[in-house]
Write a protein that binds this ligand. Structure first.
Ligand SMILES: Nc1nc2c(c(=O)[nH]1)N[C@H]1C(S)=C(S)[C@@H](COP(=O)(O)O)O[C@H]1N2
Ligand SMILES: [Mo]
Length: 308
């Protein structure tokens, strides 16, 4: 697929506060009880990269991005997915687009990329646990895909599901002490159609590795990372708000919107700051993760404390 070189390298060791992640894992046990670039080819995206870099976005290293992963189908330990996903089979892969659309579609990844050329997007990524990274994704705007399927007056939400395959995902075979699978996520239709919302198929110019959600995953850069669902097999348009995994599990802790907001703390920790992977010092978290200009208009009339 796409090959690129000369990305800046950050070699330093990564230091991240693990306590929050352990808390989140414990919660799971408890629960067991715009930049619009639409349609532009890669070269246009590269100037976007330069523009972003000039504003001080420093890429997180490929090594960090691919070895520190939240992917609970494999494990709750962030170092495990990279090891356990080595033999994950994602070719062939079938992506279904259905529900309230004009025409249902079944596509493989090559077919999708023939329909819509991929492009590069450098985005900040902020996990609800308080760590962050900057990733040069390769992907296609979700809006372009949805336009192909055709929206109707009933297309009010988008529902996403991860592959269910306990033979490939060890934790999906565990009936006790885990979240309910398949992992699900959802967006309101205006969020899904926002030019920033990406279906990623690669990063650093290479195909996605399984631990990052191969062959196709969502990236919604102004929302907490758990919205960015991995290894998607179905996208269904819905009239009503769909279920989403973390919101179902602990609705008072993980909202459906999950917009990054330094002013609204998680009930058990502050969201004011974050630690970039590979860095020692924390930095301030930005409203909508730095994408306020592109997305704030969608939430003008809602109370962000209530709809967190
Ligand atoms: N299917 C699935 N998607 C998922 C997750 C998961 O456990 N399963 N974890 C989410 C969380 S909490 C985060 S922070 C990101 C992590 O993406 P990364 O491993 O590429 O950094 O994936 C999100 N998507
Ligand atoms: Mo996360």
């Amino acid at each position: 697929m796409l090959i690129r070189k000369n990305y800046n390298k950050i070699g330093s060791s990564e230091i991240t506060d693990e306590s929050i992640y352990y808390q989140r894992r414990d919660l799971m046990k408890l629960a067991a009880s715009a930049v619009a670039l639409a349609g532009t080819p890669l070269f246009a995206a590269l100037s976007y990269e330069r523009e972003r870099s000039n504003r001080g976005l420093e890429l997180t290293s490929y090594d960090q991005i691919t070895t520190y992963n939240n992917f609970y189908e494999f494990s709750t330990d962030k170092a495990d997915p990279a090891k356990l996903a080595k033999h994950f089979k994602f070719k062939p892969w079938t992506l279904n687009i259905g529900g309230e659309v004009q025409k249902k579609m079944t596509l493989d990844i090559d077919g999708l990329l023939k329909l819509i050329p991929s492009q590069e997007r450098i985005y900040r990524f902020r996990c609800v646990e308080g760590w962050s990274m900057v990733v040069p994704w390769v992907g296609i705007p979700l809006a372009s895909v949805l336009k192909h399927a055709g929206l109707t007056s009933k297309s009010k939400f988008v529902e996403f599901k991860t592959l269910f395959d306990p033979k490939q995902f060890p934790e999906q075979g565990e009936s006790f002490g885990n979240i309910s699978f398949p992992y699900r996520e959802g967006l309101r239709i205006d969020e899904a159609m926002n030019p920033l919302t990406l279906l990623a198929v690669g990063l650093y110019g290479k195909e996605l590795l399984p631990q990052n959600g191969a062959p196709i995953r969502l990236v919604v850069p102004w929302k907490y990372g758990f919205k960015s669902i991995k290894s998607i097999v179905s996208i269904n348009l819905r009239e009503r708000q769909p279920h989403s995994t973390w919101n179902d599990m602990a609705p008072h802790e993980y909202g459906f919107f999950a917009n990054v907001n330094p002013m609204v703390d998680h009930p058990r920790w502050s969201q004011a700051r974050e630690r970039p992977l590979g860095k020692f010092f924390k930095q301030e978290t930005l409203m909508f993760n730095g994408y306020e200009k592109e997305v704030a208009h969608m939430y003008k009339n809602i109370d962000l404390r209530k709809f967190f």
